[in-house]
Write a protein that binds this ligand. Structure first.
Ligand SMILES: [Zn+2]
Length: 417
């Protein structure tokens, strides 16, 4: 059966049809009609493809609605320049936050320390980084440093020219946060060029409790153990969240369809988990994994998380400091004739992290690791569109994910802890 299943997913016409249909639902920003359209589409496809309806597993979270945002130099002729408030940024006062702008370059911890006496009360500017690399510093860490050093506001610039602004989560909570926005490389140049000038940042936003749902589908095997195959539903409003993460969703549907007739013959069952509010500091998977009992968590042999699996032909497994998992993935990929890189340290950059945090072997499959020139550099920008996804790359990534899923479900014993 193994050759059949891998073959079936890599030839499936439905893979690209589902990928395009998911992109058609829009950017899938949590709390919007676009997220809801995607959930409806995915729930109906899961049932159609497997004959089993998915459970709708509720997630309560602090919702946030994005209002208008703008930035300007106080002395400049430019007037209001475009910016995008980061997810959960608190609003500024109605007439804006006016403060000096401190350009900290990349915005490392050392950059903050070097200018520690200028930061209090100012708006700091740092640079967005290619997210999938060994030495990347996540935006939320820079935001924390800004707050720790007493900044009044936070700007993060896309370093890629002509590629628009960046977005993402700020890491603000209802208890602690400073206004935060993403800008383009060109707006950063306008704000920092010439004589230094204070800037005015205006952000409108609303916080309110909200409800959404993960979709969870169980295809039981012969024992109470599970392999959890996951992908996140939600994305950002700037484009259609095609690489991040229509690729992972479409692959998950294809694998669920191919596995459904065979799951009962396998040693452990396949659980498909489509999480949402991932782009909000991994909220959907956090609610799900935290909500499981000890025994239910112990029954999960592996979480294979598909997030951004095309945009480069090269795939890497982030193996969350589980050496046995790393060795197993490498051996299985090789046995099926796939090249697969690995990266050992824990990376809190997608839903696998919430499994790993609870001691469950968990890996994220990601394209373009340590390839800052790949299409993946457009993730979280207006450039995350379907034309950047090569169909053969997505087919190949899906086939590899199918092979790993199948082997994990079929292995007589699987101890990767
Ligand atoms: Zn993602």
């Amino acid at each position: 059966m193994s050759g059949d299943i891998i073959d079936e997913v890599s030839r499936s016409d439905e893979l690209m049809r589902d990928f395009n249909a998911i992109c058609d639902t829009g950017g899938r920003f949590a709390g919007t009609g676009s997220e809801q359209r995607a959930q409806d589409y995915l729930a109906s496809r899961l049932e159609e493809l497997t004959g089993t309806p998915a459970q709708v597993s509720p997630v309560a979270y602090t919702g946030w609605s994005r209002g208008p945002a703008a930035i300007e130099r106080k002395d400049g002729p430019d007037g209001a320049l475009p910016c995008v408030s980061l997810v959960r940024s608190p609003p500024t006062p109605g007439d804006g936050l006016v403060a000096d702008l401190i350009d900290l370059g990349r915005g490392t911890e050392a950059d903050f320390q070097a200018r520690a006496d200028e930061v209090p009360g100012s708006i700091v500017l740092v640079r967005h980084e290619y997210m999938f690399a060994t030495d990347t510093i996540h935006r939320r860490r820079k935001y924390q440093w800004a707050m720790d050093h007493g900044a009044a506001g936070f700007l993060i610039a896309n370093p890629v020219p002509d590629a628009g602004p960046v977005t993402g989560s700020s890491g603000a909570t209802p208890e602690r946060g400073i206004p935060a926005a993403g800008i383009s490389a060109e707006v950063a140049d306008r704000l920092t060029g010439g004589e230094p000038s204070p800037v005015r940042l205006v952000i409108e936003a609303d916080l309110a409790p909200r409800q959404t749902a993960n979709l969870v589908l169980d295809l039981p095997g012969k024992t109470p153990e599970w392999v959890v195959l996951s992908a996140h539903i939600d994305g950002h409003h700037l484009a259609e969240s095609a690489m991040d993460n229509a690729t992972g969703l479409a692959a998950t549907l294809a694998i669920a369809a191919a596995m459904a007739p065979h799951a009962h013959e396998c040693a452990r069952g396949l659980r498909v988990a489509l999480f949402t509010v991932e782009e909000w500091a991994l909220t959907g998977s956090q609610v799900y994994v935290d909500g499981l009992g000890e025994k239910e968590r112990a029954a999960i042999a592996l979480n294979l998380n598909l997030d951004t699996i095309a945009g480069s032909p090269n795939l890497t497994a982030l193996t969350s400091a589980f050496p046995k998992l790393e060795a197993w993935l490498t051996a299985r990929a090789e046995a099926h004739g796939f090249a697969l890189g690995t990266h050992g340290p824990v990376m809190a950059n997608s839903d696998h992290y919430n499994f790993a945090r609870h001691g469950i072997p968990a890996t994220r499959l990601v394209a373009g690791f340590n390839e800052p020139q790949s299409e993946i550099r457009h993730v979280l920008t207006p450039g995350d569109t379907r034309d950047r996804v090569n169909a053969d790359h997505l087919r190949r990534a899906t086939a590899l994910a199918a092979a790993l899923t199948l082997d994990a479900c079929r292995a007589e014993t699987l101890n990767l802890r």
